[in-house]
Design a protein around this ligand. Structure first.
Ligand SMILES: *[C@@H]1O[C@H](CO)[C@@H](O)[C@H](O)[C@H]1NC(C)=O
Ligand SMILES: *[C@@H]1O[C@H](CO)[C@@H](O)[C@H](O)[C@H]1NC(C)=O
Ligand SMILES: *[C@@H]1O[C@H](CO)[C@@H](O)[C@H](O)[C@H]1NC(C)=O
Length: 483
């Protein structure tokens, strides 16, 4: 049995256990016109070795699909519920009873409740400043009353601009002056209750909003524009931003509060810096970073993080920018967009959502005979784009290279598909026609929507059982080896 103890196997086991230590999570948002069936998405999560998901609400169908899967869940409370939950303890009790207790007893592994989502974003003008903390307190009290406060922790996912550093050095980090008091109340409460601080960190947004932001500092390959801070050298923005938070926590007496990276990722379309190449580079760099177990200078060790996001959402608000609908590592139909090794599977390749049912292979396009000068064209485009999704049209986007006829067709098709290929949705005052010739090009995909009415579910208990027992045997074997 000498081969059992070969160094190769030892290293394999070590890597395996390390990879298991924290795992990687995914944000699963559902602001989409044609959602994939939750059971198929959950199967895909398992196929890809995701160990946890973060949700933005507590939808029943989603939570039901997560029953007895072993996947850890963070459920979310939308900002528009904060006022009610802050002012009414009974409402908080009901929320916990309906959206946590019931699912926990049915075998959903709920670990966290996210109270609000980035409630202190500056664009909200302080609307949630008064309600976030009391809502957090009420939910925590309701969890205690339900006997769940040991296994389910509260948190508030916050945007990274709740703290800042005037000098750019992490060690000068502190909470923003205008929200200092509410931040300190929240942090103290989290600390008192053994709950984590959750922060969303977006180097992409820094690059998007500042033309002078050094591009390579957004990624993980080291940057000449890094920051030196005492003994620590920062070659990427993620580490520096993360440690600015750690310093802010430490300075205020909360240096031991655990930190979760609630959202991190890179969009693939809708902006000149949102493309497959950058998204691949960023997310792979991040996965390599966390699987190294290195951590950051201020918090060496494992990083607890959720990628943003799992699947594209075509109904997200584009107020922050056209890239908003393109954060997925999978496209709307569950296809991987690029090569990404999550270090959780043997192949190191992303596994697509299986058994996806599409609508018919047909597209709606501008009639070749219609002149571009036709006065009805402009109104038709704005109607189509206003009601569907034209965020892939624009400077340096995936469909940005088409001629005018091409992008009119793109707009028409987007509306037609979103309307489930109804004939009337390809009218446009006689400007449009249906074709079965795919107008897509190498970079620009004319989508066919998925068929939401006849989506199939695939449950393969036997296969799952085999995978699980193999994994279990392997861990057992590794532990045996360690002794
Ligand atoms: C439970 O969560 C859902 C989805 O977020 C929400 O619509 C519903 O109001 C919640 N239930 C209660 C009793 O608060
Ligand atoms: C915030 O204030 C700005 C300017 O005063 C306004 O345009 C915007 O609509 C406000 N947003 C919200 C969410 O209240
Ligand atoms: C459509 O194509 C033309 C190029 O002929 C371009 O100038 C225009 O901006 C495009 N429209 C949209 C909505 O991107």
């Amino acid at each position: 049995m000498g081969w059992f103890f070969s160094p190769v196997l030892g290293v394999l086991c070590w890597v395996f256990l390390l990879g298991c230590a924290n795992g990687i999570g995914a944000n699963w948002g559902t602001q989409t016109s044609h959602p994939l069936p939750p059971s198929q998405v959950v199967q895909m999560l398992r196929d890809n070795g995701f160990q946890k998901v973060k949700l933005f609400d507590a939808e029943e169908a989603t939570l039901n699909a997560l029953k007895k899967t072993g996947i850890q869940v963070m459920v979310g409370i939308p900002n528009d519920m904060l006022f009610t939950l802050a002012s009414n303890f009974k409402a908080a009790e009901k929320w916990v009873s309906k959206n946590v207790s019931g699912f926990v007893s049915d075998g959903v592994d709920i670990r966290y409740v996210a109270v609000g989502n980035e409630p202190f974003l500056q664009t909200y003008n302080g609307s949630f400043l008064q309600t976030t903390f009391p809502a957090l307190q009420n939910i925590q009290a309701a969890l205690i009353k339900a006997g769940l406060s040991k296994q389910v922790k509260v948190t508030v996912p916050l945007n990274a601009d709740v703290y800042q550093s005037p000098s750019g050095k992490p060690s000068d980090g502190d909470f923003r002056d205008d929200i200092r008091q509410p931040m300190l109340s929240i942090v103290k409460f989290l600390s008192d209750n053994g709950a984590p601080f959750t922060v969303n960190i977006y180097p992409f947004i820094s690059l998007y909003s500042d033309a002078n932001f050094p591009v390579d500092y957004a990624f993980f390959d080291g940057s000449s524009s890094g920051v030196v801070d005492g003994n620590a050298a920062y070659g990427n923005m993620f580490d520096a931003n993360h440690d600015t938070l750690i310093w802010a926590l430490q300075k205020n007496g909360f240096g031991n509060v655990p930190v979760i990276v609630g959202e991190i990722g890179w969009p693939t379309d809708g902006d000149m810096n949102a493309n497959l190449q950058y998204a691949q580079k960023f997310n792979q760099g991040f996965m390599n970073h966390i699987s190294s177990g290195r951590g950051t200078p201020m918090r060496p060790g494992s990083i607890d993080a959720y990628l943003f996001s799992l699947i594209d959402e075509d109904e997200k608000s584009i107020q922050p920018g056209n890239f908003e609908r393109h954060w997925g590592i999978f496209s709307y139909d569950g296809l991987p967009k690029y090569q990404l090794n999550l270090k959780t599977t043997n192949t190191g390749a992303l596994v697509r959502v299986r058994n996806v049912k599409y609508l018919d292979k047909q597209w709606c396009v501008l009639k070749p005979s219609v002149s571009l000068n036709n006065p009805k064209v402009a109104d038709s485009i704005s109607y189509a784009c206003g009601n569907a999704d034209c965020t892939s049209l624009g400077y340096k986007t995936s469909c940005g290279d088409m001629d005018s006829r091409g992008n009119i067709s793109y707009a028409f098709n987007s509306y037609y598909q979103k309307s489930d290929q109804e004939d009337v949705a390809c009218g446009f005052d006689g400007l449009a026609t249906i074709t079965d010739m795919d107008p897509s090009s190498a970079s620009c995909r004319f989508k066919i929507m998925i068929d939401v009415d006849s989506g199939t579910t695939s449950i393969r208990p036997l296969h799952q059982f085999r995978e699980q027992s193999l994994g279990f045997l392997f861990v057992f074997f590794c532990i045996a080896l360690l002794f």
